[in-house]
Design a protein around this ligand. Structure first.
Ligand code: CP3
Length: 354
């Protein structure tokens, strides 16, 4: 087990990395690049080590987590690692009966729809996720000056899985609860905020250099509903980790109209999908917040010249910004050619060398 001294050393080694400098909106030697879902099915070496091990089981094995997290760093030369886990891991850790079904996503045995169902959600303690602390300790040692990003699902996105019982296109049950029983909804989101804050705190204490809050499905909401029914819980999460000294990234999909609020919730960096150009996103989020994004992940299926042209457009829109982290607008798609990703990292580095 690494000591807290070693974890501090890991963070110190990464402190001057291009990624963390960009999060703090300081000058960078080149625009840093990492990809959401950079570890995963696009990599043959991932498919090989995952063979015969279920997704959630692999998240609980520090040796596997360490290897899988390092794979895209070795192969692509990305500027940051993201901890290999899943947004439902803390829910599993407090005893919620759930599984991740291949090709489907998280499936919950007993969806939460009534006050009695809330009892399933008890607070998370560091002892519930010892395997996370152990894996992060190992990773910080291996990564040296490459920063490690920790993450968690945001209260709304977690609530959607818990209330629907699985992935959902329209979030009918979730919205029925949000509009129909605002008190129960607020209590559900508040409990999820505490679990999420505790899970992020464990990761920061274990050596994470930054954290990203994934509110992947929040783009389903209108701004007024987000502000009233969801934002207080996300603010609670960001406030809880504000004093821990690491940048906080806030990401969602289809959030064009929510961008000002995603920043206002307390993020140091706002992640933007490909639907809003970064210069326009900057106008919406306002000064003082770095931006992350936002190449359409499907562009990587086009020929190299088209990928480069689309990348140039992203970099051009980001030109005046203080603080840009290059990423895709959402996760790497499973059938992406890994060589296209390696080329993309090199291309962004080369085009932004200062
Ligand atoms: O490299 C990384 O980005 C870190 C790993 C990571 C995973 N899940 C691994 C994973 C991260 C950051 C997540 C977060 C996550 N999980 C989100 C938020 C990000 C996003 O995509 O918006 C969400 C919504 C989930 C829920 C979830 N878990 C889904 C929708 C799926 C895909 C189901 C499928 O098979 O298509 C999962 C499973 C999952 N999580 C996989 C991976 C690599 C695939 C499982 C496998 O490889 O067998």
């Amino acid at each position: 087990q690494p000591t807290s001294q070693q974890q501090q050393t890991g963070r110190t080694a990464a402190y001057d990395s291009a990624f963390l400098r960009a999060c703090r909106r300081e000058p960078v030697p080149h625009t840093p690049v990492w990809f959401m879902r950079q570890a995963g099915r696009s990599l043959p070496e991932y498919r090989k080590v995952r063979e015969g091990t279920a997704m959630l089981d692999s998240c609980m094995r520090p040796d596997l987590v360490t290897e899988i997290t390092l794979q895209p760093v070795r192969r692509h030369g990305v500027d940051a690692a993201i901890f290999f886990s899943d947004i439902v891991v803390p829910l599993k850790a407090i005893g919620i009966d759930l599984d991740i079904k291949p090709g489907v996503g998280p499936v919950i045995e007993r969806p939460i729809r009534s006050r009695a169902d809330l009892d399933q959600l008890r607070p998370l303690t560091p002892d519930d996720v010892k395997y996370v602390t152990e894996a992060m300790g190992m990773l910080v040692g291996e990564l040296g000056s490459t920063p490690l990003i920790g993450f968690a699902g945001a209260p709304f996105t977690l609530a959607s899985y818990l209330v629907e019982g699985g992935p959902s296109r329209n979030h009918e049950h979730t919205k029925a609860l949000m509009y129909g029983d605002p008190e129960l909804w607020a209590e559900l989101l508040d409990r999820l905020a505490d679990i999420t804050a505790a899970f992020l705190t464990v990761q920061i204490e274990a050596g994470a250099s930054a954290v990203q809050l994934f509110d992947s499905w929040v783009g389903a909401l209108a701004p007024a509903d987000y502000r009233r029914s969801v934002m207080p819980a996300s603010v609670k999460v960001f406030d809880a980790v504000a004093g821990l000294g690491v940048p906080r990234i806030h990401f969602g999909v289809g959030t064009g109209e929510l961008l000002p609020l995603l920043g206002e919730a307390g993020a140091d960096v706002v992640g933007v999908d490909w639907r809003v150009p970064l210069d326009e996103a900057h106008r919406r989020v306002g000064p003082g917040t770095a931006l992350q994004g936002n190449l359409d992940p499907a562009v990587l299926f086009a020929p190299r010249a088209a990928v480069e042209a689309a990348t140039d457009e992203v970099l051009e829109a980001a030109r005046g910004l203080d603080g840009h982290i290059f990423n895709l607008g959402h996760g790497v798609l499973p059938d992406t050619d890994p060589e296209a990703l390696t080329r993309l990292v090199a291309y962004v580095h080369e085009r932004t060398q200062r």
